[in-house]
Design a protein around this ligand. Structure first.
Ligand SMILES: [Zn+2]
Length: 137
């Protein structure tokens, strides 16, 4: 099997035989990190200054919301969260491993990125890799 692992987002990389990681696009002019590939830096507008960087799997919880309504088949409530990764980059995904209770979740708490096979397959029946946030141990 030399097939590349499918992932939920283009910036989630799953190298064959290696650990998955998130890849950001870092501007060498201003240091801004974006998850999307662009022609020019979204922050300072410089061109041809953006290069891929491997992002950290650790960060801090920036904001969250507890979702009580979702598409049929999706368990609620769950926590949708935004985290600032150590060293730069901001990701949005679900926060798991914690009660969906605003009293239990603290802004700024340490979180880690965890990679896992998505619970649902895509339209073609392929498994794909996704990522979630967990409270840091
Ligand atoms: Zn820039």
């Amino acid at each position: 099997m030399s097939e590349e692992t499918l992932t939920i987002k283009p910036y989630l990389k799953a190298p064959a035989g290696g650990d998955p990681y998130l890849e950001g696009q870092k501007c060498s002019a201003c240091g801004a990190i974006s998850l999307k590939k662009r022609m020019a830096c979204a922050s300072c507008g410089a061109r041809d200054t953006v290069a891929p960087v491997k992002l950290a799997n650790t960060g801090k919880l920036h904001s969250f919301s507890i979702i009580h309504r979702a598409f049929p088949g999706i368990e609620v409530p769950f926590v949708s969260a935004i985290a600032d990764l150590d060293g730069g980059g901001t990701i949005k995904t679900n926060l798991v491993g914690i009660e969906p209770d605003p009293d239990k979740i603290t802004l700024g708490m340490d979180v880690t990125v965890d990679f896992q096979t998505a619970p649902r397959k895509d339209a073609e029946g392929n498994e794909y890799l996704t990522f979630v946030l967990k409270p840091a141990a």
